[in-house]
Design a protein around this ligand. Structure first.
Ligand code: GDP
Ligand code: MG
Length: 439
């Protein structure tokens, strides 16, 4: 197709038609480093890099980006997929109350996150937080203070501090029922390390509460260790989701990838600051960018999308073959050529008479908006058969497009020129290969 030929020219300009192993290896070296720096487990990084290499090998080089960028785009896509492309929602009970348990190691952010979460859902729910970290009196107080600050109902052991965890949990559920609370969030005890005692307590709570969500709170700085923690909590506490906290820090967030890869449990929310508002939905795309340590991958993907936007081009191709190149096709072509890059570069390489070349290079693509306006002001019939556009029609089109008759004439001339060029382009297919291209 024309597009392929144009792209072919650009690729040859760089001496590259397909991504070579060298291109890919170069880019992947950087990717591997980025992944390891982001605390992605070595094995996961290795598997990922292998898979990406396979996907990239033999891919056609795109015109608008470098081979390295092209590889990064694939990496980015894979990362997004690995972390679960779709948004992970919290699982609310169909019949209230919804019961959420927050579990995790000490200092990971459970207590803070319990209130953050309550606050986050409070515009569509009536949540309550429950203190079930009864080993440390300070922990109960901390939750109570934060809840008050956020205006969230709080439930805890009575003043005497009596009551075991299960007792408090049951009372809390009864209280919720009586007070039309529809989401009950349980803050649980943590430990510095995983221990049997804690796991036994969580197992019992799980049995008693039959929670709709068990959310493991992990400090993003935990890095590799996060995987072990997640595996353990999955086994013993049946976690259904992960909340990754302290992403406002330096951690690059490899834990998000690692945890999902190791346990299959998705990250659902992220903590991004010390304020109670700083809890956000997990966004795989943003996390992938963070892990790769590079900006605007979406912009890059868009670029790729545009330069491989083939449908329209194929239609134009067909018309060209049938010798039915219309003004609408011209518009498509102009837009497409704009995306490909400087036109004079393309023209220099074409086996066309110098006169045609200079005419085409004169086309002012900054005025493409005018061209568009002119073409859009024509009737469908005029677009298909421009030869019927004479004096009064030209004036009408000029009026309609907010331009003048000269502009209309110019567009019609450009159309004739392009038509001619594309015709030759098609005929000279064989000759193109023999072109002497700059190295
Ligand atoms: P717990 O022991 O798991 O209950 O953890 P806490 O909720 O007491 O939190 C421990 C510390 O981490 C507190 O100082 C919190 O303010 C802080 N923290 C929690 N989440 C975040 C976060 O997303 N960003 C930052 N910067 N600090 C956080
Ligand atoms: Mg706590």
């Amino acid at each position: 197709s024309l597009k392929e030929r144009l792209e072919g020219i650009f690729s040859k300009l760089r001496g590259k038609g397909r991504l070579t192993e060298e291109d890919i290896n170069d880019a992947l070296r950087e990717v591997r480093r980025a992944l390891l720096e982001a605390d992605v487990n070595y094995k996961i990084a290795k598997d990922l890099v292998e898979r990406i290499k396979e996907r990239c090998l033999g891919q056609e080089v795109l015109s608008s980006i470098t081979p390295a960028q092209q590889v990064y785009a694939v990496v980015y896509e894979e990362l997004c997929n690995l972390m679960g492309g779709k948004k992970e929602r919290l699982n609310f009970a169909s019949k209230p109350p919804s019961v959420f348990m927050l579990v995790g190691l000490q200092g990971s952010g459970k207590t803070t996150t319990a209130v953050k979460l309550a606050l986050k859902i409070s515009d569509s729910h009536k949540p309550m937080v429950v203190a079930c970290d009864l080993r440390r009196p300070a922990a109960v107080k901390q939750l109570k203070v934060l809840a008050e600050k956020a205006g969230i109902p709080f439930f805890g052991p009575d003043e005497a501090g009596s009551g075991d965890v299960l007792g408090v949990a049951k009372k809390a559920l009864r209280y919720a029922d009586d007070h039309l609370i529809d989401v009950v969030i349980f803050d649980t005890a943590g430990r510095l390390h995983i221990d049997e005692d804690l796991m036994a307590e969580l197992e019992q709570m799980h049995k008693t509460l039959n929670p709709h969500e068990v959310l493991l709170v992990i400090d993003a700085m935990t890095g590799q260790e996060g995987v072990n923690v997640a595996q353990m909590f999955k086994e013993k506490a049946g976690i259904t989701g992960v909340i990754l906290t302290k992403l406002d820090g330096d951690a690059r967030g490899g834990a998000a990838l690692a945890v999902k890869a190791a346990t299959g449990v998705p990250v659902k929310l992220v903590g991004v600051g010390e304020h109670l508002e700083d809890l956000e939905e997990f966004d795989a795309a943003r996390m992938a960018q963070r892990i790769l340590g590079m900006g605007d991958m979406e912009g890059l993907l868009e670029k790729i999308q545009k330069s491989s936007d083939t449908k329209e081009i194929e239609r134009v191709q067909k018309n060209l073959q049938d010798n039915k190149f219309t003004l609408e096709d011209l518009l498509v072509q102009l837009r497409q050529i704009q995306k490909l890059g400087p036109l004079d570069k393309v023209m220099d390489m074409l086996p066309l008479p110098g006169k045609v070349k200079s005419q085409v290079s004169d086309i002012d693509f900054r005025r493409i908006k005018h061209v568009e306006a002119v073409i859009l002001s024509m009737t469908p019939e005029e677009r298909r058969r421009p030869e019927i556009i004479k004096g009064s029609r030209k004036r009408r089109i000029a009026m309609g497009s907010g331009t003048n008759v000269q502009m209309v004439n110019q567009v019609l001339r450009q159309y004739e020129q392009m038509k001619e060029i594309f015709k030759r382009f098609g005929k000279n297919k064989g000759k193109l290969r023999g072109l002497k291209l700059p190295k």
